[in-house]
Ligand binder design. Sequence first.
Ligand SMILES: Cc1ncc(COP(=O)(O)O)c(C=O)c1O
Length: 406
Amino acid sequence: MFDAERMRDDFPVLGRSSEGPNLVYLDVASDALRPQVVVDAVAHAHAWGTAGAHRASHTLALRATEAYERARARVASFLNADCDEVVFVRSATDALNSVASGFAAHWLGAGDEVVLTELEHHSNTLPWRRAAQRAGARLVVVGCAELAADGSAAFVRHLSPKTRLVTFTHVSNVLGVRLNVAEIVSCVRKHAPSAAVVVDGAQAAGHMPVDVKALDCDFYAFSSHKCYGPEGIGVLWGRRELLARMEPPQLGGGMVSSVEATSMRMREAPHRFEAGTPNVAGALGLEAALNYLSQTNREAVAAHEAALVQYADRALCAVPGVQVLGQARDRTSVLSFVMTGVHAHDLSTVADAHGVAIRAGQHCAEPLLRSLGLSATARLSVGLYSTHADIDALAAAMRHAADLLR
Ligand SMILES: Cc1ncc(COP(=O)(O)O)c(C=O)c1O
C-alpha cells in the first residue's frame, strides 16, 4: 500500500510550514510542489556550480558540464531513451513549439493533414495551427465525444495517406483521461505510415512511467515543474533520425562547432537545439525530482492517484448541483466539475477560504470547453502527497458553496 501521508514530510510547505498540516493543495496539474531534495539540489547548484556548462575549461565550468550531462542521462533513463535524443528546453510549451517551428515547418507540405484532438491544451494546438497555415496543410480534429465513445479507434477514421503529423495529449489536463499512446501510434503506423507522432506528456510524466520505446512515438514533451522539479526547464525527446531533420529553433552560443564569415557548422543533437547558456540549476533540480520519483513505486503512486480521483468523483457527486465531467474510465490524476447555477471561479474562491487550492477557468483548453458547452470548470488534481482527507476537505467546502451560492 502506498503511504501518501508519509510523503508529505518530504515537502517543506506541507510538512514543516505553519500552514502545512492544514494545507490542501489540489492543483498539482498546474504546478506540483517541490520536495526538499529538489530545493536542495537547486540551491546547491547556485551556491557551488555557477559556471556555465559547455563553455570554459576551468574546474567549475567542467564540473557544471559534467553535472548537466549527468542530469541529461537521468532524463534519458527516466524515459528509456538515449542521451543524444534528450533536449533540454524551457517547458512543454517550448518543446512543442520547437517541433512545430523547427520540424513541422519542413515536414509538412501543401495539402497535408495534421491530426490532433479536441482535448489539447493551447500549447499543443496553436503551434500546429500556425505550422499548418504556413505550409498550406489542414488541421483535422478528433472530437472528444468520439474519443470517449471509441477510444483509440476514433483516430482511425481521421487518418489517411495525407496525414503527415499526428499529435495528442497523453493525459487531458481538463478531463484527466489518459489516451493509449501505443495503441494510437500503432493505428497511425498502419493507416498513415508517413506521419510523425508528437505526444504532449505534460500531464503524464509526473504521474506514470513513460517508456518512449514502448510508446513508439516520434517526439515526447514534458515540463519539469509538473513533475516536482523546478520551473524554467522541460524536456523534448525526439527520435534520432527525426531530430537530425529538425532545425534549431534558436541560433547562438553553444550550438555551433565552427562559424566562418559566411557559414557555420552546427553541433550534433542535442547540443544544436540548446543555444545560449544552459539552465544548469534547473537541470539538476529536474534530476533530483526524477531521482525522487524513481524511488517511489510509480505504479503504486498512479493507482493511489486514480483511487483518490474516484473517491473525489463519489464525494463531489453527493454535493447538491455538482456534475463531474467526462468518463471515469481511464481517468488519472485530474477531475473537472461544475455546480449548477454557480460559476467555477466562485467555487475556487470558496475552496480557498477553506484552505483548499483548486483551479478554475478554461485551463488553456478553450476549444474543449466550447465543445462541452461550458465557459469554465473547477478542477482538482492530485499528486503523490494527496490524501483522502484532502478530498474530504474539498467536498466540505463545496457543500458550503452549494448552501451559500445556489
Ligand atoms: C496538457 C498540457 N500540455 C501542455 C502544457 C503546457 O505546459 P507548460 O506551461 O509547462 O509549458 C500544460 C500545462 O498546463 C498542459 O496541461
